[in-house]
Structures are given as structure tokens and as C-alpha cells.
Design a protein around this ligand. Structure first.
Ligand code: GDP
Ligand code: MG
Length: 242
């Protein structure tokens, strides 16, 4: 089996935490012995020094590529941008704050093999004892409510669609992300819905997780994610995902 890996890191105003995260990802991947790996940082129109921090880190390191969105388009746009540029046979996306520690890739990989799945997604809902630092109470409650609304509108039997740590086989990523229309935080639901519709198998896997201070999810992007649930349903009725 081919062992090449792409890691996509969407980054919006991540100047402060990006270099340390990239260092940790590099260290981890080096010792796990993939035949080829690349890290794709997608700068989402950051207004801080994210682009400079990323290109500075990438200088002299051919494994790191820095992509740039035309402006601040959202996490969904950023992850799609990276996924469609990725060259690895296996494509992981992870939040820049590494809330799911990068070595949990092992956990996703093993689950993928064990369950013969096409996609493995990290989950904070299946084993809550794995959560070290919790999100603020209001965010956790909003997350649970989001999952309830997701089940009622979109109907996926998934306990946590929103964890920013998901692994795809490359051909599956290409097929699914090329159909993705949503640019905000609703994109996770959309890609998982499209994957199911296309007959791909998703394994939901408990992972260790720690909330990191400095979340950029505000009231607007939070509410936008709810409205994007309606868009998934509407797009499906319009036949957009066929
Ligand atoms: N909030 C936000 N995050 C973005 C955007 N574009 C890319 N991201 C990235 O999406 C990931 C998740 O963001 P984060 O603030 O850690 O979310 P949280 O942990 O769920 O509160 C990070 O890697 C961000 O840099 C955007 O427009 N808004
Ligand atoms: Mg975070």
C-alpha cells in the first residue's frame, strides 16, 4: 500500500500558534516514516502575520506548501482549497491549534484499516473522557444543539461532525470536495453527507482533544453554520450532489 500523506492546515489569523503547530506536525510525521508527506497551510485572508509565519517556516523545507485564498472565505473554502491541491494518497485536515494532537492520526489510520472505511473522522462525542480541556460551557451546549439540528435536517447518524480532524483517501477527497459548496463551518456536514450519498464509508473515531484558547468562531460564523445545514438539504433537493 502506498504511504503518502498530505496534511491540510486551514489558517485564519494563526500567526501566534502556527509555527509551533507546524514544528510538531513535522516532528511527528518524520518519525512515523511515510514515504512522502506534505503540509499545506491555507492562509484564509489573514490580517495578521500568518502568511509570513507560514512562508518563513516553509523556507528551505520542500515538504511545506503555503496556499493563499483570495480573501477571508471561511474554513470550508480553505479546507477544500487544500484538499483539491493535495498530492498524498491520504489527506488529513487538522485545525491549526492541534486541539486533536497530531499523533491521533495513528488512531484514525488504524480505524480506517480496521473498519475498511474511506474516511475516518475524529470525534469528541463518543468517549468524552478523552477531552482534557473542555470548551466553554456555552460552546459545548451550542455544539450539542447543532448536532441535534443536523440530525433533524440532514439526517447523518454521526455524533460529532464538527471536530477539525478528518482523514480521507485521496480519490474520495477529490470526489467529495469538488461537490462541496459551503465555505463556512457547515462544510463538514456537507462533505460527510455527500460522501454518504456517493456510497463511501465513514468511521467515527474517538480522539483525544483539548480546547485551545483563541478560538476565532464568533456569533456570526456560529449562526452561519446553522443556516448552512438548511443549504445542505436544499442543495440535495436541487440535485446538486449527484
Ligand atoms: N474562525 C475561523 N477559522 C478559520 C477561518 N478560516 C480558516 N479557519 C481555521 O479553522 C480552524 C478552526 O478554527 P478555531 O478558531 O480553532 O475553531 P474552534 O476551535 O472550533 O473554536 C483554525 O485552523 C482556523 O485558523 C475563518 O474564516 N474563521
Ligand atoms: Mg480551535
Amino acid at each position: 500500500m502506498n504511504r503518502s500523506l498530505s496534511i491540510i492546515v486551514p489558517a485564519y489569523n494563526e500567526e501566534a500558534r502556527l509555527p509551533d503547530s507546524l514544528r510538531r506536525i513535522e516532528e511527528y510525521v518524520e518519525q512515523t516514516g511515510w514515504d512522502f508527506h506534505e503540509i499545506l497551510v491555507v492562509d484564509d485572508g489573514s490580517t495578521d502575520g500568518t502568511f509570513g509565519a507560514a512562508t518563513g517556516f516553509a523556507a528551505g523545507n520542500p515538504n511545506i506548501r503555503v496556499l493563499r485564498n483570495p480573501g477571508n472565505r471561511g474554513k470550508g473554502y480553505s479546507v477544500r482549497h487544500g484538499m483539491l491541491e493535495a498530492k498524498g494518497d491520504w489527506c488529513l485536515f487538522t485545525d491549526a491549534d492541534l486541539s486533536a494532537p497530531i499523533d491521533e492520526l495513528d488512531t484514525l489510520w488504524k480505524a480506517l484499516c480496521r473498519e475498511e472505511a474511506d474516511i475516518a473522522i475524529g470525534s469528541r462525542a463518543l468517549d468524552r473522557s478523552l477531552i482534557g480541556v473542555h470548551q466553554p460551557g456555552i460552546r459545548e451546549s451550542a455544539g450539542k444543539f447543532f448536532n441535534l439540528v443536523m440530525r433533524l435536517t440532514v439526517g447523518l447518524q454521526i455524533a460529532d461532525t464538527q471536530c477539525g480532524f478528518k482523514l480521507f483517501r485521496q480519490d474520495v477527497a477529490r470526489e467529495v470536495f469538488s461537490r462541496q459548496t459551503l465555505d463556512g463551518f457547515g462544510f463538514d456536514v456537507e462533505v460527510l453527507f455527500v460522501a454518504k450519498k456517493l456510497g463511501y464509508r465513514t468511521a467515527e473515531v474517538p480522539v483525544r482533544w483539548n480546547h485551545a484558547e483563541g478560538s476565532k468562531v464568533g456569533m456570526f460564523t456560529g449562526l452561519q453554520a446553522f443556516s448552512e445545514l438548511a443549504m445542505v438539504r436544499w442543495n440535495n433537493l436541487r440535485g446538486l450532489y449527484r
